[in-house]
Write a protein of this length. Structure first.
Length: 61
């Protein structure tokens, strides 16, 4: 009869534990140093950084 009280707590614990990312690391990231010549809005709450040589970088928030 005791397991009827313990089982829901164990199930809840394992369900919540499975939602946590254990080892978060960025994937496919590239670090680049550049001079930003302009910043503009790229849609709804998104940012676009413009370089001096014409390239631009879109940041999706």
């Amino acid at each position: 009869m005791k397991y009827l009280y313990i089982l829901p707590f164990l199930a809840l614990f394992f369900m919540l534990k499975s939602c946590i990312i254990q080892n978060p690391k960025p994937e496919d990231c590239e670090i680049k140093e550049t001079t930003v010549s302009g910043i503009s809005e790229g849609g709804t709450s998104d940012i676009v950084f413009h370089e001096t040589d014409g390239y631009f970088y879109y940041i999706n928030r």
